[in-house]
Design a protein around this ligand. Structure first.
Ligand code: HEC
Ligand code: HEC
Ligand code: HEC
Length: 413
């Protein structure tokens, strides 16, 4: 018996040390690297492609890579990364030859976006950088045409990349769970735009709806989206720019817990304007998509109708508590969720530091808040006209100015 206990103890010791050694290895190692083989592509930068690429990039790349201060895609801190993943910065992807990707070949950019492997180093990209293994060649080539274009947002800007510090969990996922995608062996063709269900599926797969509206973001099947656990049933957790948790909604057509009772007009309003049928704004990181055409939105709607209905009630998001002496303006700011994008301190994906000086009178500032599309055509900010009550604008403006003044001397993160 004594001998048996001794064996068990030795075995347990071996297991514990092996686990500890593995943990130490993951902790001290970088993301895994893979061998790189880059196929040749030939992309003609036609004006049609640049236009299409701009539209796609404004939904898929700009949100993460745009710096709120200089408005170019020079990278920013990911305010909205759940803290368990560590701290991360997106990169300078302007045409700058050394700080940006101006000296990369088209083949290299395509390779990175298809596989998630860095073409220069072979290092795998973290889960919070987008990969496009299923995007049609035409769309991918359009994004690259835009990156090469004369659009002010992509012009070379000398801004250094900042170093990210991924957490143990991120490193563990990178070693054990997340694998790069295979480079496609055949061209990927655009779906027929008159086949609504096919176009809807393509958009759901390529606009990130599938990643976010899954049950668990680490278990998404990007290649065969319908095999994703809890497909479109929501439940995965996300964070706003203050890292407050909120959960993806169930967007299957379940009547009780999904969007089964939404009309097509309700769906258009939610996607285009960011307003639900009950009049409430959608919260960041769910961003409205002004860029989508009517046909694209109704195609997504038609496709979602074909997805199996899941019964999965929406989980309540983490609440904000205001100080007892909150001003009237601060209350309005939180009531409509401005803090989810602009931060509690005015520094988020939209930066309020300049609003005070740029719009010196309240009439203009109110107009910016009511109709941000007039000033920023593809902005994700909601058009608040008719949603915020008239008498709420004066206190709201004064809070926006107060945040701008307080943050004026803060250095951009
Ligand atoms: C959810 C946020 C997010 C989105 C969306 C996103 N990126 Fe990124 N991107 C990142 C992060 C974070 C990194 C840095 C990864 C790292 O640390 O290695 C990155 C890195 C890159 C790099 C590598 C740059 C270098 O110098 O190593 C390129 C190129 C790139 N992104 C292009 C794009 C394009 C094009 C799009 C749109 C199709 C896009 N990204 C969308 C977050 C994002
Ligand atoms: C970055 C993650 C993310 C992406 C990408 C995303 N969503 Fe969402 N979505 C969410 C979250 C989180 C919510 C819940 C927001 C809230 O609580 O206000 C939501 C809510 C919604 C709602 C409201 C449902 C309801 O019952 O109120 C609809 C509709 C919706 N999303 C559709 C889509 C579609 C269609 C796409 C793709 C074009 C998409 N979403 C892409 C995260 C995302
Ligand atoms: C879904 C995210 C989101 C929400 C919610 C949001 N905004 Fe914005 N806002 C932005 C972004 C992003 C910009 C920067 C414009 C751009 O490039 O898209 C912006 C720009 C602004 C500007 C102009 C800043 C400048 O320098 O020109 C003001 C003022 C502003 N927002 C106020 C508000 C107020 C007040 C609320 C709440 C009622 C609000 N925003 C809600 C995302 C948001």
């Amino acid at each position: 018996m004594k001998k048996f206990i001794k064996y068990v103890l030795i075995l347990a010791g071996v297991v514990v040390s092996a686990v500890a050694a593995f943990a130490l290895y993951i902790y001290s190692s970088d993301f895994p690297s893979y061998s790189v083989q880059i196929p040749k592509v030939h992309i003609e930068y036609t004006p049609t492609r640049v236009e299409r690429g701009k539209k796609l990039a404004s939904m898929l790349c700009v949100e993460c890579h745009q710096n709120p201060e200089n408005k170019q895609i020079t990278g920013r801190i990911m305010f909205d990364l759940p803290p368990e993943f560590g701290t991360a910065y997106t990169k300078n992807i302007t045409q700058h030859p050394t700080k940006g990707i101006g000296a990369w070949s088209d083949d290299e950019i395509v390779y990175l976006l298809r596989t998630g492997i860095h073409p220069k180093t072979g290092r795998a990209l973290p889960p919070y950088m987008i990969k496009l293994p299923m995007m049609a060649d035409e769309d991918l080539f359009s994004i690259i045409s835009w990156l090469r274009s004369t659009d002010p947002m992509v012009q070379p800007l000398d801004v250094d990349n900042k170093v990210s510090s991924p957490s143990f969990l991120t490193k563990f996922l990178m070693r054990v769970v997340i694998k790069p995608f295979e480079y496609p062996t055949k061209p990927i063709i655009l779906p027929d735009s008159t086949n609504k269900v096919a176009l809807g599926k393509y958009l759901v797969s390529n606009l990130g709806c599938n990643d976010c509206h899954a049950a668990d973001v680490t278990k998404v099947n990007a290649l065969e989206i319908e095999k994703t656990a809890g497909f479109m049933g929501g439940g995965s957790n996300w964070t706003d720019v203050n890292r407050k948790v909120l959960y993806a909604s169930n967007i299957t057509f379940d009547k009780e817990t999904g969007i089964g009772s939404w009309s097509e007009a309700d769906f258009h309003k939610a996607l285009r304007e960011g307003i639900r049928p009950d009049g409430k704004p959608l919260s960041y990181p769910m961003e409205r998509k002004v860029q989508l055409t009517d046909n694209e939105i109704s195609s997504i709607y038609e496709y979602l109708k074909t997805v199996p209905h899941l019964h999965n009630p929406h989980k309540a998001s983490e609440e904000y508590t205001l100080p007892a002496d909150a001003t009237a303006g601060m209350k309005v700011y939180y009531k409509y969720g401005c803090q989810r994008c602009h931060g509690e301190n005015g520094l988020g994906i939209g930066d309020l530091r300049q609003a005070n000086t740029k719009y010196p009178d309240d009439t203009t500032l109110t107009d910016v808040i009511k109709h941000p599309n007039k000033y920023f055509p593809t902005t994700v900010m909601i058009q608040w006209d008719g949603i915020i009550k008239e008498e709420e604008f004066a206190p709201l403006c004064s809070h926006v100015r107060e945040l701008g003044r307080r943050a004026a001397h803060t250095i951009a993160r």
